[in-house]
Design a protein around this ligand. Structure first.
Ligand SMILES: *Cc1c(COP(=O)(O)O)cnc(C)c1O
Length: 382
């Protein structure tokens, strides 16, 4: 089966992990801060906090922004469940903004209309989480303007967009947001096994996220309630978690970083090849925004009627093509339906969820495999 996504592990990556294994620290050593600094240099953000997953990064980002009971977080239904779940972790609630059917990202006019209604009803969101679907940035300039006007804070879920850029700046620099989070799950652009990162330009937010990732415990005297009683002394000043990344993971991540630009370049080339090979088929191809360089985490096509996506999916799998679906709209998950969400609430995300099919795309996909994917799709559709 040709997988829809797959990590690329080099001998250098293996040696990097081996070096950590032979060193003094398997976790909380020097490699994590080196990995964080590398990401600051790469994205231009002032602070980076490495954690054990993007899900954890979303959680501590929400906590650092003081999301709590009575607060509301908005995101899109066309995402992985983690983008929304982080609100419930904090005792807050979730609502959704529909997607633009072309970009498949948060629809800025739908956001504006919903904000206007919420302002009148007195239920504005505290945090909005735009998701850079498939690696292509949302219209962050417009979202940042609305953030100013309506007084919410922005966490960019850039799990798909490591190595991408928007308006000539690398994603992660937080030009239009308080915090940006990345995922390093093996199907994403670079990997640490499990892993995630939160980036920010705000020192206080970085400090808070640092506390939350490690039990809320600090050895920094400036954060303590009592004077430092000795070098052995520490204080727990908040309820944190153990969300730390290990040095083993950071070693792998640092090594992977050296190939990040090569990975996104290859993904862009493969996506262009798909675009030309698929041109003749009666399907919808991915949208390309003029002001973004996509990291191309996903290459998704739309299977129109009368062809049936589920049948096409099955036939592709039978032909050895590991297609996938991104995403079943989050609000239609049983957990969310129990909280009042219903079919019909976000029609563009729902239509997308019914028609979308993710084709294999990863740096080691060969030309032969790509040709096989295209012919299998052609046969499945006719
Ligand atoms: C993968 C993903 C996450 C979660 O990432 P983990 O590192 O697996 O926790 C969150 N949001 C989006 C959009 C994702 O694709």
């Amino acid at each position: 089966m040709i997988p829809y996504g797959r990590q690329d592990i080099s001998e250098e990556d293996i040696e990097a992990v081996e070096r950590v294994l032979r060193s003094d620290f398997l976790t909380q050593g020097p490699v994590i801060p080196a990995f964080e600094r590398k990401f600051c240099d790469y994205t231009g953000a002032n602070h980076a906090v490495a954690v054990n997953s993007a899900t954890s990064a979303l959680h501590i980002a929400c906590l650092a922004l003081d999301l709590g009971p009575g607060d509301i977080l908005w995101t899109v239904p066309n995402t992985f469940v983690a983008s929304a779940n982080c609100a419930y972790y904090c005792g807050a609630t979730v609502d959704f903004v529909d997607i633009d059917p072309d970009t498949r990202n948060m629809d800025v006019s739908a956001l504006e209309a919903k904000l206007d209604g919420a302002a009148h009803a007195g239920c504005l969101p505290k945090i909005v989480v735009p998701v850079h679907f498939a690696g292509q940035s949302c219209d962050m300039r417009a979202i940042a303007e609305l953030a100013k006007r309506y007084g919410f804070q922005v966490i960019e879920d850039a799990s798909h967009a490591v190595g991408g850029s928007y308006a000539d700046k690398r994603i992660g620099g937080c030009q239009f947001s308080e915090i940006t989070i990345f995922s390093f799950h093996p199907v994403k652009i670079i990997t640490t096994g499990e892993g995630g990162l939160a980036l920010t330009n705000n020192a206080e937010l970085a400090e808070r996220m640092d506390l939350y990732r490690s039990h809320g415990v600090t050895r920094d005297a400036s954060l303590m309630e009592s004077p430092l009683k000795g070098p052995w002394y520490y204080e727990q000043v908040a309820l944190g978690f153990n969300y730390r990344m290990t040095d083993l993971q950071a070693g792998l991540g640092l090594s992977q970083m050296q190939r990040l630009d090569a990975f996104t370049k290859k993904r862009n080339e493969l996506a262009q090849t798909y675009n030309s090979l698929l041109q003749e088929l009666p399907i919808g191809l991915p949208h390309q925004s003029f002001d973004t360089y996509s990291a191309w985490h996903l290459y998704t096509v739309l299977i129109p009627q009368p062809a049936n996506r589920d049948v096409v999916f099955q036939e592709m799998r039978e032909k050895g093509v590991g297609v996938n679906v991104h995403y079943i709209p989050v609000h239609l998950q049983p957990f969310y339906k129990k909280r009042g969400f219903k079919e019909g609430m976000f029609p563009y995300a729902e239509a997308h969820g019914n028609k979308t099919l993710t084709l294999p795309l990863h740096p080691n996909l060969t030309a032969e495999q790509q040709t096989h994917v295209v012919s299998a799709l052609g046969e499945a559709i006719s």
